[in-house]
Every structure is written in C-alpha cells, then in structure tokens.
Design a protein around this ligand. Structure first.
Ligand SMILES: [Zn+2]
Length: 283
C-alpha cells in the first residue's frame, strides 16, 4: 500500500458519483447515526475508563451532511472539521480525558467552535479498539498481515487486543510495522534487536498497550513479540529481562484505522461523505 490512506479517503469522499456527476447532497439524522454507532460498537456494554465517556459527547441541531473522523478531539481536529464542513466529528479519544474542566481558555474555544459550526462529537474508545471488524486492533492486524486466533489485553470483561500464531523472522515483521507507521508520520522502536529472532506468538494492543498487566499476560501466554502503540519506560526494562520483543509503533499511528473504518461504515449505511483528519501527535 504505497498511497497514504488520507489521500485514498479524500479521493473517495468528495460527494461525486462513480461517473463523476455531482450527487444530490446526502444527509442523515444525527440520532439515527448515533443509534447505529451505539448498536454496532456495543457502546453501552463495553467497559472503559471514566474519562472515555463513550457515545455522543456533544449534540448538534440534528442533521449530518458531512462527517469528519480523527484520532483525537483536539482543537486542531475541531478546526479542520469546521473547515471541511462537517456536522459530526467521530473520534477515538474524546473531550473528557482530563476530567471535569471549566469552560475557559482552550477548552472554551473548542466548545465555542463546535457549537458555532454545529458540529456534534461522537467518541468511542475501547468499543472501537476491540470491534472485531472495524476496530483498531483488527484493522492493524489485517494491515500487518497477521491472523488472530484469540483476544489479548484483558480489561474487566473484555479483551481489548488480539493474539495469534506465526512463524517468521521478527525483523521482517518489524519492517512491515515500520512501513505502516511511516505512512502515518510515525517511527518504530523495539525493546530488543529484532535481527535473528523468530516470532512464533504475537500479541497486539494499539495505543498505550504496553503495561505491567499486558507484559504479565504476554509472559503467561507465551507471547514473544508484542506490538503496541506506546508504553512507559519500565515496560522496556521488563521486556529486556524477559526476552520479550516489544514493538512500539506509535500511539497515534496504531489508532488511525478504526475511525477511518467507522467513516466508511457510516457512508455505506447513510450515504453521508466523510473525511479523515490526519493530525499526528508525534507520540
Ligand atoms: Zn489511545
């Protein structure tokens, strides 16, 4: 895949029909889109961290004619969503990770921009990470040519990530991860040199997937190669001591695929065009 996903997305999201004729302006009711997302993602049933606040976080006047999708509900994403003419911004990391905050300063500016441009915000964190076909983990495994045979990274009642068997040079796998990350402006590092190693059981957990809990689970399950977005320094120390190759592929890069899958899902369901807002964070 040599073409960046953003270009492919934008080329297919311009509201034109296959023969190039202008289409009638499609639109959908926000409540119908929210209901479809809540059902598909099992929003009410998937546990999450308190700051996730999964589901509709900000409403609009009720109609959606264009959708923007982004990894983060950042000020830049809101600005770009307004420029794109979106009435709905779908994100993986929503507006409330910082907990309760007064609506002043940058926070005020973000809400003023959303309300001023009539942009609703729908956020989906773990429900999107673990979705079996649209999820960040499923899509990344697919992009890397990995076939899962089970879940990984237990959180309360759900498995957020994936695991599977393989038999290949770890260096070859890392090269594929590097190519993927580069498409999204990211870089890759590993806890151990990949050269000379063989990956027999891999596990994958996008975003902040390296933790004391996931490393313990990796050891218990015989995982030799753990692909994550990022993790604290102690996970590298732990991995070296236990001969585990952690592949840190970038928090942002590893979580770009799920929101794009949701954009395509909503366009297929409602005919509303969508745009991926590529706003890498460097992490
Ligand atoms: Zn994340």
């Amino acid at each position: 895949m040599s073409t960046p996903a953003r270009d492919r997305v934008l080329a297919g999201a311009d509201g034109m029909t296959a023969d190039g004729a202008a289409a009638t302006v499609p639109h959908a009711a926000l409540r119908d889109i929210v209901a479809a997302l809540d059902t598909e993602l099992r929003t009410a049933d998937v546990p999450d961290y308190p700051g996730a606040v999964n589901g509709l976080q900000v409403a609009n006047r009720g109609t959606v004619r264009r959708i923007a999708v982004a990894v983060d509900a950042s000020r830049a994403a809101i600005t770009e969503a307004a420029i794109s003419g979106a009435n709905l911004l779908v994100v993986h990391h929503g507006l409330f990770w910082g907990g309760v905050q007064p609506l002043v300063g940058v926070t005020y500016e973000k809400y003023r921009a959303l309300l001023g441009a009539d942009i609703a915000v729908y956020s989906t964190h773990l429900p999107l990470d673990l979705h079996p076909t649209l999820g960040n983990n499923a899509r990344l495994a697919q992009a890397l040519g990995l076939t899962p045979d089970g879940g990984f990274a237990r959180f309360k009642t759900v498995d957020v990530g994936l695991t599977g068997a393989a038999h290949e040079d770890t260096a070859a796998l890392v090269t594929r991860v590097e190519a993927f990350a580069a498409r999204y402006g990211g870089t890759v590092r590993t806890s151990l040199p990949a050269a000379g190693r063989t990956t027999r059981r891999w596990a994958l957990c996008t975003g902040g997937g390296a933790s004391s809990d996931t490393l313990r689970e990796a050891r218990e399950r015989g995982v030799d190669t753990l692909i994550v977005g990022e993790g604290p320094h102690h996970t590298t120390v732990d991995a070296i001591e236990h001969d585990l190759c952690i592949v840190y592929a970038g928090h942002y890069a590893t979580e770009t695929l799920g929101v794009q899958a949701l954009g395509a899902f909503l366009e297929a369901r409602f005919g509303v065009p969508w745009t991926f807002l590529h706003l890498p964070t460097g992490s």
